[in-house]
Design a protein around this ligand. Structure first.
Ligand SMILES: [Zn+2]
Length: 185
């Protein structure tokens, strides 16, 4: 499930500094809120940061963009939607989560693997930023029409018709989204 990435800061002198890392989940911050923001756009924004950087080559210190790109992606990608606002209050805004997520713009050139992912399950959180309750929604493996199931503790398992419940705000806001790679034919 791990993805590996490179983070690069480029100086005007031509020098580039790259660091590498791995990640089990991708964190998307809903603060600040993007007008009509989609999960895809929030994710793209989280791959660009601005940092104070001192160049090892020419010694110049300046604020520069730090750009992250995947080197490899896992077959399952977990997107964690951080809903904590600057005031430490929970953000309940809709993150406009798609059923198909395309990571191809976030992947280093030359990677030929499919970067299209299908939503398979969602964990929702209700309550405040520091307490609350979780429920899970998953695609029903026995449904041929892509039906969804809903789990609320061990006592309450229900079948729902479609993904609208998983992605809506009934019983909480989507908090963890699990996407599975769609293999190329
Ligand atoms: Zn430089």
């Amino acid at each position: 499930m791990q993805s590996s990435y490179a983070q690069t800061i480029a100086c005007q002198c031509g020098h580039k500094s790259t660091t590498y890392g791995t990640e089990a989940k991708l964190t998307v911050y809903l603060a600040p809120i993007l007008k009509n923001g989609t999960l895809q756009r929030y994710l793209q924004r989280s791959f660009i940061d601005r940092v104070e950087y001192r160049c090892d080559s020419c010694g110049t210190t300046k604020e520069r963009p730090k750009i992250r790109r995947f080197l490899s992606t896992g077959d399952v990608v977990c997107v964690h939607i951080s809903r904590v606002g600057p005031d430490y209050k929970k953000i309940t805004a809709n993150a406009n989560i798609p059923l198909l997520l395309d990571l191809s713009k976030l992947v280093e050139e030359g990677n030929t693997e499919s970067q299209v992912y299908e939503l398979r399950s969602v964990v929702k959180h209700s309550g405040s930023a520091n307490s609350g309750h979780y429920v899970a929604c998953t695609v029903d493996p026995e449904s041929r029409s892509g039906g969804w199931q809903f789990f609320n503790d061990s006592s309450d398992v229900r079948k729902h018709g479609d993904e609208k419940f998983a992605l809506g705000t009934a019983m909480g806001s989507p908090f963890l989204c699990f996407f599975q790679r769609v293999r190329k034919e």
